[in-house]
Design a protein around this ligand. Structure first.
Ligand code: NAP
Ligand code: GDD
Length: 345
């Protein structure tokens, strides 16, 4: 019988790649969808006709219990979150509700549907529902060491990072308290042509496309010196799946092990279309964060050795892939008056 997976955050970048990957592995896949007419449903359902949807919201415990009960999943991937770090200073309470308490609610839904009692320590899960939590390298924040590995202490620098640290620890706690197969994947930045336009790589690739096509001339950025370990989202969802296929549950750091600056990202993207980034990029101090994470780089030893996972797309290929996709998107938007681009990635 086909294995069943439930994904929260199905309309996001990772949700779409993970659903494609799991469908390709023969899974039946349900995506948790919030809102009565979520405008992002179209773009994900257009990619995958076999995908099913179930209503629910990470803010609503009962909806999560209903969703888990209805789907009866073998695996739950909690990718839903407010994922844009700057928003977490503007709406810290909301971000904490979704990104921290939301994790607890999904774990509780699994515990209730599984029939695990709160007094049953280290017992076998009545129904073995495996759980993946989308933890983040933002938890390392003001990093205690570089590169960062599974044992590096957390020093989050944003309400987003603090909420993710709660989600990570509550996942570990449910593993230790109830014997659940529950893991946190500590993923470093991963991007794609489906990345939200608010994140720096996509902001750059869209900006480059618009400048190349004569629609704008300048691109405002913040801290050009920030260093990140950027990989391709399509590679990282394979690691998520592998983490739920092991004999024993464990947390893993997932990244490429290489770091680049925001300046590098801009240079590669502009070079790709024959433009000089310095002619177009200007600094907007308003885009500099109240507490910046300066350096993130993964120590990938454990994920490579134990999961036999390795990224396949390097940083330059990632940036040029995104620029090429955005040249097509922006050209289509011009031709069809925005109709195509609005519903597509
Ligand atoms: P994304 O594109 O921003 O997608 C976020 C998803 O969360 C969307 O589907 C959104 O659905 C959903 N969501 C937001 N609030 C919700 C709520 N109250 N209830 C249910 N769903 C809700 O993020 P992503 O890049 O795919 O990242 C996936 C996960 O990995 C996130 O948890 C993120 O924090 C984490 N992460 C990402 C990276 C990265 O570099 N991409 C690295 C480490 C960790 P709507 O359409 O309804 O808004
Ligand atoms: N967004 C943005 N826009 N970032 C900029 C800009 C700009 O104009 N200019 C410079 N940056 C810098 C930010 O200050 C940050 O240091 C870096 O570019 C990356 O910013 P984002 O792309 O917004 O990603 P992030 O690192 O804050 O967070 C992403 O990765 C985390 C994992 O480390 C998100 O996907 C998080 O959800 C994820 O957990």
């Amino acid at each position: 019988m086909a294995r069943r997976a439930l994904i929260t955050g199905i309309t996001g970048q990772d949700g779409s790649y993970l659903a494609e990957h799991l469908l390709g592995q023969g899974y039946q896949v349900w995506g948790l969808m919030r809102g009565q007419a979520n405008p992002r449903k179209t773009r994900v359902s257009r990619l995958m006709s076999e995908l099913s949807f179930v209503d629910g919201d990470l803010m609503d415990q009962a909806s999560l219990v209903s969703a888990v009960d209805l789907v009866q999943p073998d695996e739950v991937y909690n990718l839903g979150a407010i994922s844009f770090v700057p928003m977490s200073w503007q709406q810290a309470e909301l971000v904490t509700e979704v990104n921290a308490m939301g994790v607890l609610r999904v774990l509780e839904a699994i515990r209730m549907v599984s029939g695990l009692s709160s007094s049953r320590h280290n017992g076998e899960a009545a129904k073995n529902i495996r759980f993946y939590q989308a933890s983040s390298s933002e938890m390392f924040g003001k990093a205690a060491e570089t590169p960062q590995r599974e044992t590096t202490i957390f020093h989050p620098r944003s309400p987003y990072g603090v909420a993710k640290a709660y989600g990570h620890f509550i996942t570990r706690n449910y593993r230790e308290s109830f014997g659940m197969y529950a893991v946190g994947g500590i993923l470093f930045n991963h991007e794609s042509p489906r990345r939200g336009a608010e994140f720096v790589t996509r902001k750059i690739s869209l900006g480059v496309a618009k400048i190349k096509l004569g629609l704008q001339d300048r691109l405002a950025l913040g801290n050009l010196d920030a260093l990140r370990d950027w990989g391709f989202a399509g590679d990282y969802v394979r690691a998520m799946h592998l983490m739920l296929q092991q004999d024993e549950p464990a947390d893993y750091v997932v990244g490429t092990g290489e770091m680049h600056s925001v300046r590098d990202a801009a240079r590669i993207a502009f070079d790709h279309v024959g433009l000089n980034w310095e002619d177009h990029v200007h600094i907007d101090p308003a885009l500099v964060r109240p507490a910046e994470v300066e350096v993130l780089c993964a120590d990938t030893t454990r994920v490579r050795q134990e999961l036999r996972w390795a990224p396949q797309v390097d940083f330059a290929s990632l940036m040029t892939m995104m620029v090429d996709a955005d040249l097509k998107h922006v050209a289509a938007e011009q031709e069809y008056g925005g109709l195509l681009a609005a519903g597509s990635w």
